[in-house]
Write a protein that binds this ligand. Structure first.
Ligand code: CP
Length: 320
């Protein structure tokens, strides 16, 4: 898949999964995002513009953050934006997603952000897209959410520095169903994180091969102790068979990040959550809104990261 994402001249063609993206282009995208954030804030020269490009937002699952930030990122770079209303589109009449993409290509759309419940959808569309088109995976099932992985890495770097080698990072909750966890894991591994801890109830842990190199805990108290970063995950009830988590009350008792649990982490530990949050289920209000929370800094970084990805794809120069 990496050949598809980065062409043989080192240019970013599509962004489908961080697991197949080498560390060097990942670092380059993070640097570009930080620079574009300066530009967007007026502290640096304005970013270059891509007025001939059109972004098609094809979100076949709900989204607030990802869809809005792709649109804002694109507008800040001078693109035209087309938001397809999935519920009112001809997909409801049985049109395939690839035919939908080709239809929009025929109207001049050349960049597509795709969200879908099926893993592999973005890669399949990238394989069928025209030579000049770009496909961005905006989340496919439980498989991958690459721009979220990048914005999470940027947020950690903002607060803990670019050297991840001494960091202890805990990812907690519903890891099994989380595309965010898979993309965060890929980014954390590529950036040389010192220790990655995974924890959650046994039914919500990933397969053993996915946990390779990580410390796996069955207690949130233990997993949080001494860590520098805590990434809490949303309980994804829409991706679960009934009964997987029999009692929400018990889940909250064992797996909710409370101020008492957070007190076991480093004093300057940061708390992250990709959103949307189930407040009072996996994260307590006092933690979500507390001094150690960087949850809305993650949201802000989402715009910068998506600008960086769009700018890299449309700029035409090698990424590294
Ligand atoms: N983090 C994230 O993907 O949020 P949305 O579902 O709101 O896009």
């Amino acid at each position: 898949m990496s050949a598809t994402q980065i062409d043989n001249q080192g240019r970013l063609r599509h962004l489908l999964s961080l697991a197949e993206l080498p560390a060097a282009p990942m670092v380059a995208l993070l640097g570009r995002a930080a620079a574009l954030r300066e530009a967007a804030s007026g502290r640096a020269a304005p970013p270059r513009s891509h007025p001939r490009a059109t972004l098609g937002n094809l979100f076949m699952e709900p989204s607030t953050r990802t869809r809005a930030s792709f649109e804002l990122a694109a507008r800040r770079l001078g693109l035209t934006v087309l938001n397809l209303d999935a519920a009112a589109s001809s997909a409801r009449k049985g049109e395939s997603l690839l035919d939908t993409l080709r239809t929009l290509e025929a109207m001049g759309t050349n960049v597509f952000a795709i969200r879908h419940s099926q893993g592999g959808t973005a890669a399949a569309l990238a394989a069928g897209a025209a030579a000049g088109s770009h496909v961005l995976n905006a989340g496919d099932g439980r498989h991958s959410h690459p721009t979220q992985g990048l914005l999470d890495a940027l947020t950690i770097a903002d607060h803990k520095g670019a050297d991840f080698s001494a960091l202890r990072v805990t990812i907690a909750g519903d890891i099994r169903h989380s595309r965010v966890a898979r993309s965060d894991l890929a980014a954390l591994r590529a950036l040389g994180t010192g220790e990655i801890r995974l924890c959650g109830p046994a039914v919500l842990l990933p397969d053993p091969e996915e946990s390779e190199g990580c410390r796996v805990f069955d207690s949130l108290d233990e997993a949080v102790a001494g860590c520098d970063v805590v990434i809490m995950l949303r309980l994804q009830r829409e991706r679960m068979d009934d009964g997987l988590v029999p009692s929400l009350e018990r889940y909250t008792r064992d797996w909710c990040l409370t101020p008492e649990r957070l007190a076991r982490a480093q004093r300057d530990a940061i708390v992250m959550h990709p959103g949307p949050m189930n407040r009072g289920v996996e994260i307590d209000d006092a933690v979500a809104d507390g001094a150690q929370s960087v949850i809305f800094a993650q949201v802000a970084n989402g715009v910068a990261v998506r600008m960086a990805v769009l700018d890299a794809m449309l700029g035409g120069e090698p990424l590294v």
